[in-house]
Design a binder for this molecule. Structure first.
Ligand code: MG
Length: 203
């Protein structure tokens, strides 16, 4: 199972990262060992002094597909939720400066959290979904799916040209503005619309 992450998919987030827009989607992978399971807290790894939350809409692939046309993409995901792409921002910054791959900043254990799954049909994904992340009950990220530079259909079409999508693969579709650090004893919740789908205690 692979976990695919889209970068630079919201103009305001690109601005906060001082990052240029891209003409095509940018993606990277996390290992399946990154996926948080069970009810344990998120433990800040000791190799980083600056771990950030990034809330993202997550799609779960429901059937095998390769070179999928955008118009057929909705048939290839069967569940949607919010997730957190935990990022060791200090290590990522060093990797970017050196032009190195950035797995050490992204693909560490427990760095991919996914909330409770929702049936996409229930959510009417063609509508403009509001998704959000609260830190200690304060909203720090609030995004709208209409602000994605590359839509889920575009993303699935693009990624599946390069790699076969398999049942159970996950796609994190990028984070809106408002990313920031987590600290011990923070409590994070995230959701879509009025529904809270994810709880995360930071230790
Ligand atoms: Mg991200």
């Amino acid at each position: 199972m692979k976990i695919i992450f889209i970068g630079k998919n919201y103009a305001e987030h690109n601005r906060e990262m001082h990052s240029e827009a891209e003409k095509q989607p940018v993606f990277f992978l996390k290992a399946d060992s990154c996926l948080h399971k069970g009810h344990n807290p998120f433990f800040i790894p000791d190799f980083s002094d600056e771990v950030h939350y990034e809330v993202e809409i997550v799609l779960r692939i429901g059937k095998l597909g390769r070179s999928i046309q955008g118009k057929f993409a909705p048939r290839y995901y069967d569940a949607i939720s919010v997730g957190i792409d935990f990022t060791a921002r200090d290590l990522q910054h060093e990797c970017k400066i050196k032009g190195l791959p950035w797995e050490i900043s992204k693909s560490f254990d427990q760095s991919a959290w996914v909330g409770k799954w929702i049936d996409p049909a229930q959510l009417k994904t063609h509508e403009n979904l509001n998704f959000w992340l609260k830190k200690n009950d304060k909203t720090v990220q609030s995004g709208y799916t209409h602000d994605m530079i590359f839509s889920p259909d575009n993303i699935i079409a693009f990624v599946s040209q390069f790699m076969t999508l398999k049942t159970g693969d996950l796609i994190f579709t990028g984070t809106p503005q408002g990313v920031g650090p987590v600290n011990t004893n923070d409590f994070i919740t995230a959701g879509i619309g009025n529904e809270t789908l994810l709880h995360c205690e930071i230790k």
